[in-house]
Design a binder for this molecule. Structure first.
Ligand SMILES: Nc1ncnc2c1ncn2[C@@H]1O[C@H](COP(=O)(O)OP(=O)(O)O)[C@@H](O)[C@H]1O
Ligand SMILES: [Mg+2]
Length: 267
């Protein structure tokens, strides 16, 4: 993207948020326990934690898809009561509609918001080109590889210029090379757009590589064990990051927490 960085990021404030689910046996299962987290406008925050610690629960609450049992979430100061018009979400599986073309999938949020599609088609093509999918807009999802479909899902989230981009293990299902490319592309997008990003992953390396801050969560019930600032200049380069002393120190710190909690590998 050639645009200058515009301050479109939304600020997020999470105060004392807990979430209990009711199990099928009718018992309470505490998924998240009193989470406090402030994300500044334009900040890139990654959350890492073992499977089942409540990462998706946290993201779904920020997306306005489920409600907290207690506590409050504010977006730019306003209490969140449902999906925020400025938020875009990317999940681990692409959730593309198989009967719609690539272009029509990217335009779906615009259609849902009943905005004039004509004004967005060129932008959709531009986004697709930026993720290496120029010329693919008339294809059907079934004609694309998994990595390409996930790129389409990312374009679908970006078409609304989300001030808050919520990503739940978006690269978890991809092969290593595609994942590396998309990690780099995401950094480029974020540097150009300046939105706020909450990126959930169980990959310690991609969390540290991408984020301004890495939040480490405990096994369920999820609590914040560590809030680690990552001071590595950008743009960062994936190929060189494993030689960077700040990167290695951060990775060691995160691993130490997981080991102390009995989470040997981060999932
Ligand atoms: N709808 C639900 N009903 C009951 N339990 C749930 C529901 N969704 C998630 N859970 C439970 O809450 C805990 C946290 O889940 P989740 O947020 O998906 O964790 P993560 O994304 O970190 O793997 C898990 O123990 C999970 O089984
Ligand atoms: Mg999850």
């Amino acid at each position: 993207m050639s645009r200058a960085r515009a301050p479109i990021g939304l600020g997020v404030r999470i105060d004392g948020v807990s979430k209990a689910y009711e199990t099928r046996e009718g018992e309470d299962l505490l998924a998240l326990d009193r989470i406090d987290l402030e994300i500044r406008a334009g900040e890139f925050v990654a959350v890492v934690g073992p499977s089942g610690c409540g990462k998706s629960t946290l993201l779904s609450m920020l997306a306005g898809l489920i409600r907290a049992t207690s506590g409050t979430i504010r977006i730019d100061g306003a209490p969140l009561t449902g999906p925020h018009p400025g938020a875009g979400v990317v999940f681990q599986s692409d959730h593309l509609l198989y009967w719609r073309t690539v272009l029509d999938n990217v335009l779906l949020p615009i259609e849902i918001k009943r905005r004039p599609l004509a004004g967005y088609a060129a932008r959709a093509e531009e986004l697709l080109a930026q993720v290496g999918l120029a010329g693919f807009s008339a294809k059907m999802p079934s004609e694309l590889s998994g990595g390409m479909r996930q790129r389409v899902a990312i374009c679908r989230a970006l078409i609304q210029e989300p001030g808050l981009l919520l990503m739940d293990e978006p690269f978890g299902a991809l092969d290593a090379l595609t994942r590396e490319q998309l990690i780099m592309d995401l950094q480029t997008m974020w540097l150009a757009v300046g939105n706020t990003v909450l990126f959930i992953t169980h990959g310690i390396d991609e969390a540290i590589f991408l984020a301004d801050r890495v939040i480490v969560m405990s096994p369920r019930p999820g609590r914040i064990d560590l809030d680690l600032a990552i001071d590595i200049p950008r743009p960062r380069r994936w190929k060189e990051i494993h030689e960077n002393a700040a990167f290695l120190a951060a990775a060691r710190k995160v691993r130490e927490i997981f080991e102390a909690k009995g989470v040997l590998a981060a999932d």
